[in-house]
Each structure stands twice: as C-alpha cells, then as structure tokens.
Design a protein around this ligand. Structure first.
Ligand code: HEC
Length: 114
C-alpha cells in the first residue's frame, strides 16, 4: 500500500465520520440558498487543499491554479466531480454536493487563488 493511499483512507474515515451528521442535515440545504461555499470548502476540501495533503494544490497558490486552469474551467470542474489520478477523490468526498455545488466550490478556490 502506498503512502498516499494510506493517507487517503485515513482522510476518508475522518471525513466520513465528521460528515455523516452534515449529510443528514444538509441534503436539502445543498440545493437551497443555504449552501455556503466557504463553509463546505472548509468542511470538505480544506483537509487536503488547505494543507497540501496528498500534494493537493493549495488554496491561494496562484501559480498552481493558473497551471490547472490552462485546461479550462469545465475540465477542472469535471476532474473535481470525477476525481483525478487516484489522488483527488471523486466529489472531494462530498457525497451530498451536487455538480453545481462542486462547480461553485471550484470557482471559489480559484477566486481565492488569484
Ligand atoms: C483526500 C484529499 C482531497 C480532498 C478531500 C479534496 N481534494 Fe481536490 N485534489 C486533491 C489532490 C491530491 C489533487 C491533485 C490531483 C492531481 O493533480 O493528481 C486535487 C485536485 C483538485 C482539483 C484540480 C483538478 C484539475 O483538473 O487539476 C480541483 C478543482 C479540486 N481538487 C477540487 C476539490 C474540491 C472542490 C474538494 C472538496 C469538495 C476537494 N478537491 C477535496 C486532494 C483532495
């Protein structure tokens, strides 16, 4: 088992544990105006994108996101939805996030990384 795989599994457990309550409470909220991009980023994406875990591109890393955006926003959003290289987990492990939610979070990350 590789190091990143172990890290991934540890994070999955951690996020699932802390996320179950949120899933129960927010299934509807995710589609309403209550959806708070910054909050969901913090709860779901920060573990990797705020720390660089598994070599995730950091929020605020202008160059890292500029390079990724060369693929175009649509591709970057699709990679967030489908996962990337076995490192970025599908939907960033946010099972209750809709495609539109994920797009909004990706746009938020990019906005904060300029
Ligand atoms: C378990 C760690 C982890 C979590 C949680 C995570 N990511 Fe990632 N993410 C990564 C890693 C690692 C990469 C880089 C993958 C690569 O380029 O091989 C990545 C890459 C990305 C990319 C760039 C895709 C591209 O085309 O270059 C986007 C966008 C992204 N993540 C969005 C998110 C969002 C939104 C969330 C929360 C809903 C999230 N991630 C949660 C680890 C994570």
């Amino acid at each position: 088992m590789t190091k990143s795989r172990i890290l991934y599994m540890a994070l999955t457990r951690f996020l699932l544990g802390s996320g179950l309550m949120a899933i129960a409470g927010n299934t509807m909220a995710a589609e309403s105006e209550d959806f708070n991009v910054a909050e969901v980023y913090q709860a779901r994406c920060y573990a990797c994108h705020g720390t660089g875990a598994a070599q995730a591109p950091l929020l605020g890393d202008v160059i890292a996101w500029e390079i990724r955006m060369e693929k175009g926003l649509d591709t970057v959003v699709q990679n967030a939805i489908n996962g990337l290289n076995g490192l970025m987990p599908p939907r960033g492990l946010c099972a209750e996030c809709s495609d539109d939610d994920l797009k909004a979070i990706v746009e938020y990350i990019i906005e904060m990384s300029q």
